[in-house]
Design a binder for this molecule. Structure first.
Ligand code: GAR
Length: 214
């Protein structure tokens, strides 16, 4: 089977990147990570990518040491994506809002991992907000990236029951475990053509979003 070429954008610890690296290296998924871009120089995700021998670019500062603005980041990121020509861009803990122009110019489909059951709790601090609201279900979503923040077609979700005594930190850890299952599950569906992201509207052999209950 032809491997799905993936570029990953990161800002943080990169635990989801590690799941992709492990699955690629073990041959569990038909994917090839063609490059990782970080907008944070000391993100642990960069260490993970380097350790795995994956091509990595840090786009955090301009040559005079000033922090890179988002437009400059986007310009360099687009140049790299054009060079790497991935089939898919995965935002895995990428924490800056991308412009509509960038999203339009990315040379393939782009998906984002988000720590809530979209359309609920777009944006930040999702675990705190779930606890405040008294919701009994929580989880994570993978959706297509569009110009509107966290609003593109939701492809897959993993769902858990909020437990009595859960804190933002316990929810973060529990949702992270779900993410580590949802990311490879979703990539497999895309790599095998069950989900076709190049179609408009997105075509799927299954009703969307596909939900996993834990
Ligand atoms: C993940 O929990 C992901 O859902 C979240 O960042 C974390 C990255 O973890 N993304 C967002 O909040 C995007 N708005 P990781 O760096 O360990 O993969």
């Amino acid at each position: 089977m032809k491997k799905l070429k993936i570029a990953v954008l990161v800002s943080g610890s990169g635990s989801n990147l590690q799941v992709m690296i492990d699955a690629m290296q073990a041959g569990r998924l038909p994917i090839e990570i063609v490059g990782v871009i970080s907008n944070v120089a000391d993100a642990y995700a960069v260490v993970r990518a380097n350790n795995a021998g994956v091509r990595t670019a840090v786009l955090s500062h301009v040559p005079n040491g000033k922090k890179m603005g988002i437009r400059t980041f986007e310009k360099h990121a687009l140049e790299l994506l054009d060079e790497w020509s991935p089939d898919l861009v995965v935002l895995a803990g990428f924490m800056r809002v991308l412009s509509a122009e960038f999203i339009q110019n990315v040379p393939c489909a782009m998906i984002n991992l988000h720590p809530s059951l979209l359309p609920n709790y777009k944006g930040l601090d999702t675990h705190e907000r779930v606890l405040k609201s008294g919701d009994t279900l929580h989880g994570c979503s993978i959706h297509v990236v569009t110009a509107e923040l966290d609003a593109g077609q939701v492809l897959t979700q993993a769902v858990l029951d909020v437990a009595q005594g859960d804190t933002p930190e316990s929810l973060r850890l529990r949702v992270q475990k779900l993410e580590h299952a949802l990311v490879p599950f979703t990539l497999e569906l895309i790599a095998k053509g069950v989900l076709e992201l190049d179609e408009t509207p997105i075509s799927s052999n299954l009703p969307l979003p596909i939900k996993l209950y834990f």
